[in-house]
Design a protein around this ligand. Structure first.
Ligand SMILES: C[S@@+](CC[C@H](N)C(=O)[O-])C[C@H]1O[C@@H](n2cnc3c(N)ncnc32)[C@H](O)[C@@H]1O
Length: 376
């Protein structure tokens, strides 16, 4: 098979590859099957962006609450333009996400699909994730330019990144942060109840900090992020919740000067896209009090490409890295670790930063991430 020939010649030069391909007879059946697969990719990519739109316009939530309804009824219930809604319904119906009844021209979101595409799905709401696909499309031209010229992008190139990210992580944190994630570190919930100093690096819009501050009123929480827009949203949520034990600072965590100040530091998906991740990890270690805990949450994948072949969402991880995580790091003249830096490298870097004890754990509600509990 053509694909096998290519895969087994990984160490040869490009010229060798070309001559090997030329000598191999084209397997037309394999080529046809591959073309079929790529057609499926085209269609599914379109479904991804339609799903993102359905989420952002509230169409899934609206339809979940409706019996079978016409496009006009659905548009009215969602307060949207009927012509756009009708076209979207067509795409969703042909994707078999909606059921269409031609006799009545009515559309239905089956309960089983609503259970995966609405807030009823909690941390497993797949519609939230589709927004990241749409975001990648928004910056594609800028990324293509960097393929040619090198360099990276800035956070300012992503007007919706912090909102999308906050929604993605909030779905997990609302479901599992207090009762499933924090107890990963033995004794941590008791310490939080008694009252400790906590920092969250790369806190984004601060929802995790605010959730913890609400659950543990005797502890004090500081969220750090260099996005002033995200910090503003974090402060606003804290104010709305009436929290007096959560504060937020717009700072670059590569410049942190805190020394021995915190009993717990958390980083939720905030290390792999750092410009200087090694330095940030050292800063975190130094900012911990003796015996303090660092809870680092980051992408669950291997540092070895071949071990990611069977991760069902691995192409998505490499894509989000190309169109965001690696690119924003490179945009700050950073090392560009990328989303798929992998748990092996993560553990090595934690040890290099001076963490003597590092344990890796999992959370059922969050298959995308590995949870590292590291002690100073
Ligand atoms: C992938 S987002 C995660 C945000 C948040 N922890 C969450 O789970 O929703 C990474 C965050 O790190 C922030 N960030 C990246 N580099 C930073 C730096 N050097 N100093 C402070 N914040 C940084 C970004 O602004 C972004 O909000």
């Amino acid at each position: 098979m053509m694909t096998t020939t290519l895969a087994t010649r990984g160490t040869e030069t490009t010229a060798d590859h070309r001559s090997a391909i030329a000598e191999t007879e084209l397997d037309t059946a394999a080529a046809q099957a591959f073309a079929g697969r790529m057609l499926g990719v085209l269609n599914d990519a379109a479904v991804a962006i339609l799903t993102s739109t359905g989420h952002q316009t509230g169409l899934f939530e609206t339809m979940a609450a409706l019996p079978a309804a016409t496009s006009a009824q659905i548009a009215a219930a969602a307060d949207l333009d009927e012509r756009y809604v009708r076209e979207w319904l067509g795409g969703m119906t042909t994707a078999r996400i909606l059921h269409y009844e031609p006799a009545t021209a009515t559309f239905l979101l089956p309960r089983e699909h609503a259970a995966v595409l609405t807030s009823a799905a909690g941390p497993n709401n797949m519609a939230i994730l589709m927004q990241h696909v749409a975001m990648m499309g928004e910056v594609e031209q800028g990324v293509i330019r960097r393929f040619r010229e090198g360099g990276g992008l800035s956070y300012g190139d992503y007007p919706h990144f912090h909102r999308n990210m906050a929604e993605t992580s909030a779905a997990v944190h609302d479901a599992a942060l207090v009762d499933g994630i924090l107890p990963l570190a033995p004794g941590l919930p008791d310490a939080l109840r008694a009252g400790i100093e906590v920092a969250d690096v790369g806190c984004g819009r601060g929802h995790a900090v605010n959730l913890m501050a609400q659950a543990f009123p005797a502890s004090r929480f500081t969220g750090y992020d260099f996005s002033t827009v995200a910090i503003q949203a974090a402060r606003q949520e804290a104010a709305e919740l009436g929290l007096t034990n959560a504060r937020f600072e717009a700072v670059d965590v590569a410049l942190l000067t805190d020394d021995g100040r915190f009993d717990l530091i958390t980083a939720f998906d905030a290390i792999h896209d750092q410009a200087q991740p090694g330095l940030v990890l050292e800063n975190v270690r130094r900012a911990l009090a003796p015996g303090g805990t660092f809870l680092m949450v980051d992408i669950k994948a291997s540092s070895h490409l071949e071990q990611n072949l069977d991760v069902p969402w691995s192409s998505y991880l490499y894509a989000i890295s190309t169109y965001h995580c690696m690119s924003v790091s490179l945009g700050l003249d950073g090392v560009g670790l990328g989303t798929v830096w992998g748990v092996e490298l993560a553990e090595t870097m934690l040890r290099e930063a001076g963490f003597a004890k590092v344990e890796q754990k999992q959370v059922d509600a969050d298959p995308f991430n590995a949870y590292f509990v590291a002690r100073r």
